[in-house]
Design a protein around this ligand. Structure first.
Ligand SMILES: Cc1cc2nc3c(=O)[nH]c(=O)nc-3n(C[C@H](O)[C@H](O)[C@H](O)COP(=O)(O)OP(=O)(O)OC[C@H]3O[C@@H](n4cnc5c(N)ncnc54)[C@H](O)[C@@H]3O)c2cc1C
Length: 464
């Protein structure tokens, strides 16, 4: 996008990857940007931090930990921002546990589905149907606005699997995918969600950043383009965004003191239920929709280990048949160098949302103890390894982790997006327009920025 001559001030609420992508595109278009962020760091669910162990520093991703070359919007933004050199390749394997044995599938080769010992030959034949259905669904899938999938949103992932596939494919593919992506069982998730995950996950290699997945928002904020005319206010909780004269008025609060500022436009890039509370110009129906969005809870535990376990996959999905609570083990040292001190391991235990919901307010010691009890049941060798080599443990808690849309949720989304005004000076962004991945959030932030840029553009001069 070329530098513009008519410079306006645009306020961005939220510095997750949706807000940061919007801010970057607005700066590229020549506008001044003010970012208001409630937390004490940028990145939201795409942020990383360091924690010391005996042997040095572990780098822990608070939320997102896996990225794919299918993330075309992210890769294009990295290229334009001159940040592509920070991308690193990482392991391309996803393990699936079945009866105590780990079967590894490549993210890159869809044909692994036909070769794996995870499934019998009858299921492999049915898997061909899944690949055909995915190919047909692709044209309805979008990264920035999944209302495009309303027409194919007719059933849950479980009903789809039982209608078109078979029980083993439900148990050992569809359930693990719903667990790892949505932290929820397949009957709570629309079949469209499974097609979205497969489109986003398979057929391309994984990548990471040299400073952890959460490095991207920090890198963006450090760009000369952003340092120049971007103001970032941390610990700034926005209370209200309302139209005001020829722009918007944003009220925010820090340390109990209320402040207000005027912008020509605003991108509100916070989770849907929070947007519902701060944008009074939404209609009652829009507010009801946003308030009712279902995000799953996540409480997960990350262990720093003096020795890495021998697993080569990035993660091992645990089907519900093998354990009701534990849904995936992430071997984060396989993401690349710098996650754990040399020769050490970093492993996270991630749980289905019902387990997390019961532990959102439990203290760290209680969460760690319960997580170890679960891994002892599901993967006793890993539990023994953690017990022997543990030198650090960290607990993450997300009240709103990832969006879990049930069947019909994309039709509801289409009704919601159909009522939004693309010319409004207040534009919304966030993963609730698509599904919870960093690339989708980024794409929605870019879309909001495009709309704001268009709304702020001078009207074309009348023809002579
Ligand atoms: C545990 C977990 C694992 C995940 N794993 C992956 C993965 O491996 N790969 C992947 O691609 N995606 C993953 N995701 C999903 C991905 O992280 C999110 O979909 C994406 O980062 C959301 O970005 P966002 O900008 O839409 O929202 P957020 O990151 O939530 O950003 C919103 C920001 O707004 C701020 N805010 C909220 N209210 C206010 C207010 N009133 N005033 C000012 N600021 C406010 C918040 O503090 C936050 O910084 C994961 C998510 C979680 C939680």
């Amino acid at each position: 996008m070329a530098e513009r001559t008519i410079r306006k001030n645009v306020i961005v609420v939220g510095s997750g990857i949706a807000g940061m992508a919007a801010a970057f595109r607005l700066r590229q278009a020549g506008h001044d940007v003010t970012i208001l962020e409630r937390g004490d760091h940028v990145g939201g669910r795409m942020s990383s931090y360091e924690k010391a162990g005996e042997g040095g520093l572990y780098r822990i991703d608070r939320g997102a930990s896996w990225l794919s070359h299918n993330y075309h919007s992210m890769i294009e933004l990295l290229r334009e921002a001159g940040l592509a050199s920070h991308m690193l390749p990482c392991s391309n394997e996803l393990g699936v546990l079945r009866d105590g044995r780990v079967h590894r599938l490549s993210f890159v080769r869809n044909s692994d589905l036909l070769r794996t010992g995870l499934l019998g030959w009858r299921s492999k034949l049915k898997a061909l149907r899944l690949l055909r259905d995915l190919a047909a669904a692709r044209r309805s899938l979008s990264w920035s606005d999944m209302s495009t999938a309303a027409g194919i949103d007719t059933e849950s992932a479980r009903d789809y699997a039982l209608r078109r596939l078979d029980q083993p494919l439900l148990d050992y593919l569809v359930e693990p995918l719903c667990g790892t992506q949505f932290l929820a069982p397949a009957d709570e998730i629309a079949a469209v969600g499974v097609f979205s995950i497969m489109r986003g996950t398979f057929g391309a290699a994984s990548f990471t950043f040299d400073g952890g997945v959460g490095q991207l928002p920090s890198l963006l904020i450090g760009l000369p383009l952003m340092r120049e005319r971007t103001r970032v206010e941390l610990n700034a909780r926005v209370k209200e965004v309302r139209p005001d004269g020829d722009g918007v008025r944003v009220t925010w609060e820090r340390d109990g003191t209320s402040r207000a500022e005027h912008g020509h436009a605003c991108v509100v890039a916070v989770p849907g239920p929070i947007a519902a509370g701060i944008v009074p110009s939404l209609t009652d129906d829009q507010r009801t929709y946003l308030t009712g969005l279902r995000y799953t809870n996540d409480v997960h535990v990350t262990f720093g280990l003096r020795e890495p376990p021998s697993e080569t996959a990035l993660g091992v999905a645990v089907p519900r048949r093998d354990h009701p609570d534990l849904c995936v083990v992430l071997y984060e040292h396989n993401l690349g160098p710098g996650r754990a001190p040399a020769g050490r391991g970093l492993v996270s235990l991630v749980f289905r949302h019902h387990w997390s919901a019961q532990r959102l307010t439990l203290d760290d010691a209680g969460v760690i103890e319960d997580s170890l009890a679960a891994v002892t049941e599901a993967l006793p060798e890993l539990a023994a390894h953690i017990a022997e080599h543990r030198e650090m443990a960290a607990v993450q808690r997300w009240e709103r982790a990832v969006l879990a849309r049930p069947a019909g949720g994309y039709r509801d989304l289409a009704r919601f997006t159909g009522g939004l005004d693309p010319r409004s000076p207040i534009q919304l962004a966030g993963d609730y327009f698509a599904y919870s991945t960093t690339n989708a959030s980024l794409a929605t932030g870019e879309q909001a920025a495009r709309r704001v840029i268009a709304a702020l553009s001078p009207a074309p001069a009348p023809a002579p």
